[in-house]
Write a new protein. Structure first.
Length: 218
């Protein structure tokens, strides 16, 4: 099976895989010194952008794709980014703690063009799937005063929690102060402004529960 897959690959694809493997083996001693903590078999694209690596922990078998960004700059939290084993960030995914923290569990996926902020704290459990173009923002701009511009007003930072086994569809926005409980599904394009109960399916703007996956959970 493996030989057949190799035969189906182009020379460019084979080169990319082999060169990436060699790159990571060569760079691994540097990773050990640069990161707050790093596991085995970690793969970081040469085109990924890692900032404040000393504030970042990567578990075993973590994969960071091309042009992905990890910005771990936080004076309050160290580590400020903690990514569990067997989790991958695909190309162009962004994690930016903005002075807070982002914690992602095991066996998760963060797909292309997702933006995960950490202002007031973002906690993601195990087995969470986050589809492309999702934005998660654990902060909100104040706008109650009209005597000063909105950009000069402070932020509120309550934090966001996403429990185990959650599936978030494409182009979802999750706003500050929300908990998405275990086993839930959030449909594509939804804007989550309130907590979602466990084993629920929520869709729409703002997101509303349309059914439960397990009836006895009602």
């Amino acid at each position: 099976m493996i030989v057949m897959k190799i035969k189906q690959m182009s020379i460019g694809e084979i080169y990319s895989i082999v060169s990436g493997f060699i790159w990571n083996k060569i760079k691994y001693p540097y990773y050990k010194a640069a990161f707050h903590g790093i596991g085995e078999d970690v793969r970081i694209s040469r085109k990924a952008m890692i900032k404040s690596a000393k504030n970042i922990v990567l578990g075993n078998n973590v994969s960071i794709g091309e042009y992905a960004v990890l910005e771990g700059n936080s004076e309050k939290y160290n580590p400020s980014i903690n990514i569990g084993s067997n989790t991958y960030l695909t190309s162009f995914a962004v994690i930016d703690v903005q002075g807070g923290f982002v914690k992602i569990g095991k066996n998760c996926s963060v797909n292309p063009f997702c933006v995960l902020y950490g202002h007031g704290g973002l906690e993601i459990g195990d087995g969470v799937r986050i589809a492309a173009k999702t934005t998660i923002i654990p902060a909100n701009h104040r706008f109650d005063r009209i005597d000063i511009p909105q950009y000069k007003q402070s932020l509120t930072k309550k934090g966001i929690k996403i429990e185990d086994d959650v599936w978030i569809g494409t182009n979802v926005t999750i706003l500050d102060g929300v908990t998405i409980h275990r086993g839930s599904v959030v449909g594509g394009g939804a804007v989550v402004t309130k907590d979602i109960p466990e084993y629920s399916v929520a869709v729409g703007v703002p997101a509303k529960v349309i059914k439960r996956r397990i009836e006895d959970k009602i």
